[in-house]
Ligand binder design. Structure first.
Ligand SMILES: NC(=O)c1ccc[n+]([C@@H]2O[C@H](COP(=O)([O-])OP(=O)(O)OC[C@H]3O[C@@H](n4cnc5c(N)ncnc54)[C@H](OP(=O)(O)O)[C@@H]3O)[C@@H](O)[C@H]2O)c1
Length: 327
């Protein structure tokens, strides 16, 4: 993800004076081009954040918990990609197109939502504004890069082996072989049978849309796709719905495009949305179960809008709103 963050800082011409690449001791000394300079990776230490305005954390929840307070103490605003602080009441959980004003109350740590939650809400929020969302079902189809660079390596290795007629390579990153398979299991199982990933969809959606009564039931599935998460969504609304108004609501929403001409075989797919800043919505139709329901299909690059891009957009928002301070 770090490399995607650098790419987006460059593509969006983010006003960078200095970049520091921090990782574990394993990567110290590696060199990468970043924002016009060749940078050497340094080890993350409490002092490494001194003099920085922002730190985009993307090393997992335990590392975020270990270092976020050090960064904050040095006046460096943390934008955190992990789930470590997302549900803390004092930490804004932000999708800039949806709840930009929540950054105003930040105290030095801002959380980036879960990648599937971002893609789902980029599709559902414009419909919520138009029809008033009551509850929704989500079934996700999540790419292997959602589990980090090692997830991609595992899919590639297993696929090559199977196609070459060899024995399945034992899984290391995923709980089962992912090549030519689907795994209905992302993150840890809870006692109620849902996984933690599935509960993020409900809890984070409630916080981001300030909609405490929202009901969500979600099933998360890992699929052998390299990049971009897809999901099937069935949502019920307070007010009567119709497809033309739903199309218009999606089209008017910044950050999501309507890609919905089934007769022309036009619907969003991961291959089309990888490395794309916008999310896509298609297959939009009246739901056959809910009274005021819509069924739809959404796709978004979870490495970009689901993580790195959303983080960079939060940093841009802080600059625009002159909120670069740690309280
Ligand atoms: N991938 C996604 O689509 C996605 C989307 C949303 C959120 N996230 C979240 O983003 C975080 C990272 O995911 P990822 O996909 O980028 O994983 P990744 O590809 O496995 O990369 C993890 C990075 O963390 C670094 N790291 C490990 N230990 C560290 C330490 N002690 N100090 C500093 N850096 C350390 C690693 O550096 P070394 O190589 O030196 O170990 C590596 O650069 C996770 O919390 C994940 O849930 C990921």
């Amino acid at each position: 993800m770090g490399q995607e963050i650098i790419r987006l800082l460059e593509l969006r011409e983010f006003p960078v004076a200095e970049t520091r690449l921090l990782a574990s001791s394993r990567s110290v000394g590696r060199e990468y081009k970043a924002c016009g300079n060749l940078e050497t990776v340094r080890e993350t230490t409490p002092e490494a954040f001194k003099g920085l305005d922002f730190a985009i954390f993307s090393a997992g929840g335990s590392i975020s918990k270990e270092f976020a307070e050090d960064a904050r103490k040095h006046g460096c605003v943390v934008i955190d990609n992990s789930s470590a602080f997302r549900m803390e009441p004092s930490v804004p959980l932000v999708i800039p197109e949806i709840n930009p004003s929540s950054v105003e109350k930040h105290k030095g740590i801002i959380s980036n939502p879960n990648c599937s939650t971002i893609v789902a809400l980029m599709a559902l929020y414009p419909l919520h504004k138009r029809f008033g969302l009551k509850h929704f079902f989500a079934s996700t189809y999540q790419a292997v890069s959602g589990a980090g660079a090692s997830g991609v390596t595992e899919l590639e290795k297993q696929s090559r082996t199977v196609l070459g007629g060899g024995e399945q390579v034992p899984p290391e990153v995923f709980p089962h072989p992912i090549a030519f398979n689907l795994i209905p299991h992302i993150d840890e199982f809870r006692e109620d049978g849902y996984t933690k990933e599935e509960l993020k969809m409900r809890n984070e959606s409630r916080k981001i849309m300030d909609h405490s009564g929202l009901k969500v039931s979600c099933t998360c599935v890992r699929v052998p796709v390299i990049r971009a998460h897809a999901m099937s969504l069935n949502a019920d609304f307070k007010h009567p719905v119709n497809v033309p108004d739903a199309h218009a609501a999606i089209e008017a929403f910044n950050g999501t495009e309507l890609w919905d001409l089934p007769n022309a075989l036009r619907y969003p797919m991961p291959l089309d949305y990888a490395e794309k800043e916008v999310c896509g919505v298609g297959r939009l139709r009246l739901d056959q179960v809910f009274e005021n329901g819509l069924a739809l299909w959404a796709v978004g690059d979870q490495l970009w809008k689901g993580a790195a891009l959303n983080a960079v957009q939060i940093a841009e928002l802080l600059i625009r709103q002159n909120l670069l301070r740690v309280l």
